[in-house]
Design a protein around this ligand. Sequence first.
Ligand code: C2O
Ligand code: CU
Length: 495
Amino acid sequence: LVPAGVFVAGAFAVTYLNSKTSNVGELAFDNPVAVPPVLEPRVDADGRKHFDLRLQTGRSELLPGRSTETWGVNGAYLGPTIRARTGDDVTMHVRNDLPEASSLHWHGMRLPAKMDGGPHQEVAPGATWSPHWTVKQPAASLWYHPHPHGKTAKHVYRGVSGMFLVDDAESDGLELPDEYGVDDIPLVIQDKKFTEDGELASGNESILDESVSGETGILGDTILVNGTHDPHFQASRTLTRLRVLNGSPARIYNLGFDDGRSFRVIGTDSGLLPAPQERERVVVSPGERVELLVRLEPGESPVLRSFPGGVGAGFPQDRLSGGDDTFDLIQLRAPTTLEPSQDIPEKLAEGERLTAPPDARVREFKLGGTSRINGERMDMARIDEVVPAGAIEVWEVRGGGNPHSFHIHDVAFRILDIDGEPPPAWLAGRKDTVYLPPGKRVRLVVEFGTDVDPEVPYMYHCHLLYHEDNGMMGQFVIVEPGREDEVPRTLDMDG
Ligand code: C2O
Ligand code: CU
């Protein structure tokens, strides 16, 4: 056991309980994992689906017998699962009852920039924002979270996020586990750091406090799944589909099972894979999603664990801790009888593989330190890149000494190569966020949307939220092809 650390933050001395790098052997998996409810929309006469979302404060029992101040959506911690179909017209009614401005960003959604919920669409306390769009992308497990300028880490860490599942005719037709809460469950994985009195470390001030953040941001040693501490999931069928979201501010998980069993990866951020891929480990960085199928025999109880080595060999999560982090996340429990599931389909999504035309434009992005892309820090008034509508480009992204997680709004991409090597098959599908191990170069084929708006930018950034808030973010606009040079590169922030 590492002794509790004492950090001096401003005038306050704050004592943190932790700095552990493993919880293996400490959990009893006593608590049934919470499954976020599906939010029922109101459907109007035109068939448009309206979803009501209220950002609010509250208190939650994140640790047994302790009460912690948290934030959530339609509740004290996390938010409901939103579900829509390709082709749906949706309107979100986002009411902000937090004490400060926030926003809700639909991570992974292709939609007009002014509906995106990024830092240019902040919602004042007491105000309601009602973006609307038509869902025009294939089935995938997306998510939503706040994106206020410089404060994303704080708002997400305190609990504001949820899943946004898209279904389509193709996903309906596949014989995959799809009974929500029964054999199809979201797993929102988040690490927390608590103060001695049970509050979230840095929860009331800026998460940018360097004494807490180091170079990576908050790395907690209590892992919650869907907000549940020490959780288990009671299976009832032989196959369980886990829609895993790394909703943590900075922690990178190297997921596998304690008994070494393999599982099938069926989907990543922006859609299902062409075929299931058998794996024993998957690395999931902040913002990424991965859909897994796990087979259980009656009476089994494997534990989903994050193993060392996720960040890269010899590179611990937190260079200051020097630890080789190993954390148990959740136990899957099979009773003595299980209902048999259907066989795993051999083929999944038929969609065309994203390829780059030979003359595709190549853009380079160098992520530097904890705060810069191509030498610049984020400036809300500066347009960094201008992209023609519908373009397919190659984005080449490189990091320095720190791990990063690179996300682009509005797009789907495919990984071309990682340091010149093609990605493993499970990582070769449709994505919107990619893990960038220290010092590596990743090339992406990126498919942009067609919603033209030269005045409202989309973001690309590191999804380690401390890095994002610290300035590791840039802005691009989508314009009519051929008009790239006519677009102003600065925005009037007063108008
Ligand atoms: Cu998940 Cu720009 O965000
Ligand atoms: Cu980063």
